[in-house]
Write a protein that binds this ligand. Structure first.
Ligand code: ZN
Length: 233
């Protein structure tokens, strides 16, 4: 299945120089994902993974490092930008298992939001339309074939995390903090680098800002942060 829509004017800019690191975090007691920021939905392919890829990856569930075996895959939907088009596509997500603790882990593209089809760039694109371009919610919903309730849920999620993002920016780029740090300006900090922002946020050992709502809601930050073999960090 694939749904394609024409992309009108703004194009999120997936930066090819996004940092080459991956991380894992516990999103519940029995589901631990590994995020691979080397790949977004556009480039993700389960066939790129082999044991060697995870040679230096610590298991998020136990002290073992690089003791993973390939463990099949499963299908899930993702909505993401492919060039100028929004596509909804079934993706084959790689699964690996730790030989030490027998915990399985899904290896996710860096822009996936756990348990949601919508990916990070689409999420931010919707917010940019509403907050920066001032497009009415109903028009965004109609144009992109989303329900207006869904658009509002995206806005609510963003507002819930706007303070966390403000704090992150203050800690990482204190010189850039504007005097008036309203939601539009907060979004301005996020929308450009997108995945880079997400990765930087995670590196502060925090849950992914737009993702935590779908995870534990409360509780510990993500566990583990690692770079796959050959990565710079
Ligand atoms: Zn393990």
């Amino acid at each position: 299945m694939e749904k394609e829509k024409h992309f009108p004017s703004r194009k999120p800019s997936p930066n090819p120089h996004h940092e080459t690191s991956a991380l894992s975090f516990r999103c519940s007691r029995d589901r631990i994902m590994i995020y691979d920021f080397l790949h977004l939905c556009n480039t993700y392919d389960k066939n790129i993974y082999s044991r060697g890829y995870f040679k230096e990856t610590p298991c998020p569930a136990c002290p073992a490092v690089g003791r993973f075996k390939m463990y099949g895959s499963y299908m899930r939907y993702a909505i993401y930008f492919k060039g100028k088009k929004l596509v909804r596509r079934q993706m084959d997500i790689k699964r690996i298992i730790c030989a030490s603790c027998k915990t399985t882990h899904a290896v996710m593209p860096g822009d996936i939001i756990p348990y949601k089809a919508l990916t990070l760039f689409v999420f931010i694109y919707i917010l940019a339309l509403v907050f920066l371009d001032k497009v009415p919610v109903l028009k965004v919903a109609e144009e992109w074939d989303f329900s207006f309730q869904f658009i509002y849920s995206v806005i609510v999620t963003f507002r819930k995390h706007a303070n966390n993002i403000r704090q992150y920016v203050r800690e990482t780029s204190p010189g850039d903090v504007p005097a008036v740090f309203d939601e539009c300006r907060v979004l301005g900090f996020v929308k450009g680098p997108c995945a880079e922002f997400q990765l930087g946020y995670i590196k502060m050992n925090r849950r992914p800002c737009f993702m935590c709502r779908f995870l534990n809601r409360v509780g510990a930050p993500p566990v583990g942060l690692h770079a796959p073999m050959g990565a710079s960090t």
